[in-house]
Write a protein that binds this ligand. Structure first.
Ligand SMILES: CC(C)(COP(=O)(O)OP(=O)(O)OC[C@H]1O[C@@H](n2cnc3c(N)ncnc32)[C@H](O)[C@@H]1OP(=O)(O)O)[C@@H](O)C(=O)NCCC(=O)NCCS
Length: 167
């Protein structure tokens, strides 16, 4: 049984471990198998700080007690950027294609429209990440440009598309 719920501060340790797993499963993310360089305490503080925010949303997909996906919606703070938010999504490889990404997107867009009152959602995605681009296009995202050399992985530059959805 798969549940999608808001993150809690007590997920901090599991999320950091999850990041190492998904970082090692593809070269689609901004980090690899090393995960993200944050201590459990700092991650917990961050999660606590956004828990009740109506401008930030952090969702986890949980299967049999294990985190198998995350979706993060982050509104920009600066007044001139505050009409915008960015998102990042990931699902464990064994669970790809089970519409977890689709369920995340539905919840994020609902939150963006009705709670955060966001006008534009944007994201960066590897230009060759066909599955992710298909997911975003399904929800109406359009590519506004390609950033050559957005990432560099093992000495090789990787292009990313900038996508956005006007709500
Ligand atoms: C991208 C990612 C989040 C998608 O999650 P997911 O749960 O696998 O996505 P879904 O099952 O909801 O599929 C979404 C759409 O992708 C497309 N898709 C599915 N399988 C595909 C494939 N093999 N090739 C191309 N597109 C595919 C379909 O359009 C599908 O929608 P549909 O089934 O309604 O037609 C997930 O694959 C992932 O975490 N990948 C690694 C990390 C990553 O790339 N994150 C995004 C960084 S920007």
């Amino acid at each position: 049984m798969l549940e999608i719920r808001k993150v809690t501060a007590s997920d901090a340790k599991n999320i950091l471990e999850y990041c190492k797993v998904i970082g090692g499963e593809s070269d689609n993310l901004t980090f690899g198998a090393e995960g993200v360089d944050i201590t459990v305490d700092r991650e917990r503080e961050y999660l606590e700080s956004i828990l009740h925010s109506d401008r930030q949303l952090y969702l986890v997909a949980v299967s049999d007690g294990e985190i198998v996906g995350t979706a993060v919606f982050t509104s920009f703070a600066k007044p001139r950027l505050a009409h915008r938010a960015e998102i990042s999504l990931s699902v464990k490889k064994a669970m790809w294609g089970n519409h977890i990404g689709t369920r995340f997107m539905e919840k994020i867009i609902d939150f963006a429209k009705n709670t955060a009152k966001t006008e534009i959602i944007s994201l960066e995605v590897r230009s060759d990440n066909r599955r992710a681009i298909a997911l975003y296009e399904k929800f109406g995202f359009e590519t506004v440009g390609t950033f050559p050399g957005f990432m560099k992985i093992n000495g090789e530059e990787v292009n990313c598309d900038i996508m956005r959805l006007r709500l």
